[in-house]
Design a binder for this molecule. Sequence first.
Ligand code: ADP
Ligand code: MG
Length: 559
Amino acid sequence: MAKKQFKAESKRLLEMMINSIYTQREIFLRELISNASDAIDKIYYKALTDDKLVFNKDSYYIKIAADKDSRTLTITDTGIGMSKEELENNLGIIAKSGSFAFKKDNEAKDGHNIIGQFGVGFYSAFMVADVVTVISKALGSDEAYKWESQGADGYTIVPSDNDEVGTTVILKIKNNTEDENYDEFLEEYRLRSIIKKYSDFIRYPIKMDVMSQRPKEGSDDNELEDYTEEQTVNSMVPIWRKNKSELTAEDYERFYFDKHYGFDKPLKHIHISADGAVVYRAILFIPEKTPFDYYTKEYEKGLELYSNGVLIMNKCADLLPDYFSFVKGMVDSEDLSLNISREMLQHDRQLQLIAKNIKSKIKSQLQNMMKDEREKYEQFFKSFGRQLKFGVYNDYGIDKDVLQDLLMFYSSKEKKPVTLDEYVSRMPEDQKYIYYASGESIDRIEKLPQTEVVADAGYEILYFTDDVDEFAVKMMMQYKDKEFKSVSSGDLGIESNSSEEEADAASEHKDLFEAMKGILSDKVKTVKASKRLKSHPVCLSNEGELTIEMEKVLRSMPN
Ligand code: ADP
Ligand code: MG
């Protein structure tokens, strides 16, 4: 039986699409520039196989011009252009992508950069324009055509003039309404910033006429005159496509600063160019200082995500585990499967692979830093160690190996932070446990009566001053087969003949202890003699798994 074709109410579809796909109006410019770049790329690819065609990079560019008086924004490219038929097919049929077809036809050629794929980006122009006019002359053709549309009502195509091969898209920018202001899309600085944000790494120059002032010629009293100058707005070659050997520490620092990743200087940069199972490039930074909102709910983790040099997402959270949420930077990949708005990804395997890869790179860089640049690592740990410890507490099962070796705690012996590995490697043979003492500050812990016995036995004690510390080690239970032990726990595993003496003291001062218990009544469970005390008369001690410090934390937590 012959199948019938679906019919669609194209007017409605177009409206629905324009208003529902994109969350931000400003991306229309990204879409039109991407199309212009694709059009130039096509000439470039044609020139690869066609000897008659020479690709002289200097003669290819994209130009953006705004005219406030006529409320027009013009995007011109010197790309491959469109014939009458192509205008009809590519701009007249929604979801038809000439670029996608081109990519398919040319798949054999290596490393394409063509961005277009879904055949809808062009229509985003109607988010900001009442009328869109496209004047185009195809490569190898003598005639130019003008396509024009007011959106939902359809379009017209008539012959036109255009001396050069290429395409000019003219947007008649909407008038402001009570709720919406469109003037920004005619402002030079605004346009520049949109270009910088989304299209900075388009490989062809994006030019704009910029108004500047200069000293007036022939005038001696500093008189200035206005003049316009054509400037290239985009950087074209992204720093991450460059060779590491060409780049200096300052280059990375400037990138960090330009990108507003932070106000501090980064402690370390990680430049990755992966060509294995998944192809991507990334520049990641470990900041020096804790951002002011870091340990709050407001802080959003994530890396910038680029697909082929075009910004897709500002903060892609899926690329970082929570315990590395302090990492800043970007990832660029050609292999991502984007959804139609190109604002989101289909949660795909590629992304997971990249995330996994990034995680292990960050881990090994941190480990190197710990080994080779200890001071830097200590600075890092001061800023973000707490987050790693939260990671142990929350994700320990998943990433045990990543995290346990990155932790540091203040040592009673070294008087500075040490790693668990360092602690364990120093343990005397008779020492059974990794000892720790919790308290508000190092000073306070030093004065804890409970630390004396352990210290006297010659053992090192780790000082836990972060509320999360004890919870984290409770989750770990042990490190390299050594269990963690609080100095205030009942059985310290230290040999002594204490039990007899304790019994003696208990019977000798029975009345005193009972009187004390009576006075403290429900505040303590019992009052006992203890051999644990040396120079201190008394200490508080816990029974069971929760130490006094942990109880404090739990009690201070909102329910
Ligand atoms: P996509 O870029 O995803 O293919 P668009 O809706 O942005 O979808 O564009 C549709 C098609 O129109 C493109 O695939 C391309 O064939 C054609 N096109 C758009 N803009 C231009 C341009 N500036 N020069 C040449 N062709 C263009
Ligand atoms: Mg497009």
